[in-house]
Design a protein around this ligand. Structure first.
Ligand SMILES: Nc1ncnc2c1ncn2[C@@H]1O[C@H](COP(=O)(O)OP(=O)(O)O)[C@@H](O)[C@H]1O
Ligand SMILES: [Mg+2]
Length: 206
């Protein structure tokens, strides 16, 4: 793709040309992210239909946190994972659950400044399986919390920080959690950090 062109251009090229290539790459990445998110939002349940099986969520979470560790480290953010003490088995669509985990973890990384930390935790409680993603990032105003699950909403601070987002991630998360009869709670303080909790009810209470 375009990064190849940039590599071919090599070192000895005009700064203006390099700058143009870099901008083109950035814009293309943004477009690709938007297309991926739009497809998750609109075709999500078609693709996931019939893929439900019983699985331990710890495995899925370990995989996602492992994948994202490099990008956290690249941003000088410490990230740790506390799995549940007993297996957190749930009948679910594993691909959808991984998408939920990945969106929340990448948000925590994206909206936490260098030097911050992220704690990811799974708990196997009596009536629910609880996922918690806690960061020391930019946080949210109470009025903003009400809007973050809306399609395309991005807070002014988030927009200033990065152009990489589409504002669709949490809308996708909300939808996939709904499909698993769960719900999400958020607590946050500006410049202190945010905690996102996903509550998945156990079958026995459904
Ligand atoms: N961990 C977080 N800390 C602070 N703000 C967050 C966090 N996660 C989400 N947000 C806010 O919610 C908005 C919507 O999130 P999301 O739907 O994932 O879109 P995106 O990450 O593409 O901007 C973000 O733009 C940001 O304003
Ligand atoms: Mg996001």
């Amino acid at each position: 793709t375009l990064t190849v062109i940039r590599d071919i251009l090599g070192e000895n090229v005009d700064d203006r040309v390099r700058d143009m290539a870099d901008r083109a790459i950035k814009r293309t990445d943004e477009m690709i992210n938007l297309l991926k998110d739009l497809s998750d939002l609109t075709y999500g349940d078609l693709r996931h239909a019939g893929n439900f099986k019983q699985i331990d969520l710890n495995g899925l979470l370990t995989e996602v946190v492992g994948d994202e560790l490099i990008s956290a480290q690249a941003r000088q953010i410490e990230m740790d994972l506390t799995p549940s003490k007993t297996p957190a088995k749930m009948v679910c669509d594993p691909e959808a659950i991984k998408k939920v985990f990945r969106n929340l973890v990448t948000n925590a990384i994206r909206y936490t400044p260098a030097g911050g930390s992220i704690h990811v935790k799974l708990e196997n409680l009596a009536t629910e399986i609880l996922l918690e993603v806690c960061d020391t990032g930019i946080g949210l105003e109470p009025e903003e919390i009400q809007q973050i699950f809306n399609e395309f909403y991005r807070s002014p601070t988030a927009k200033k920080l990065t152009s990489a987002g589409t504002g669709l991630g949490l809308a996708i998360v909300q939808r996939l959690v709904d499909e698993h009869h769960g719900f999400i709670t958020v607590s946050s303080q500006v410049n202190q950090g945010s905690t996102f909790q996903v509550h998945f009810p156990k079958e026995s209470v459904l």
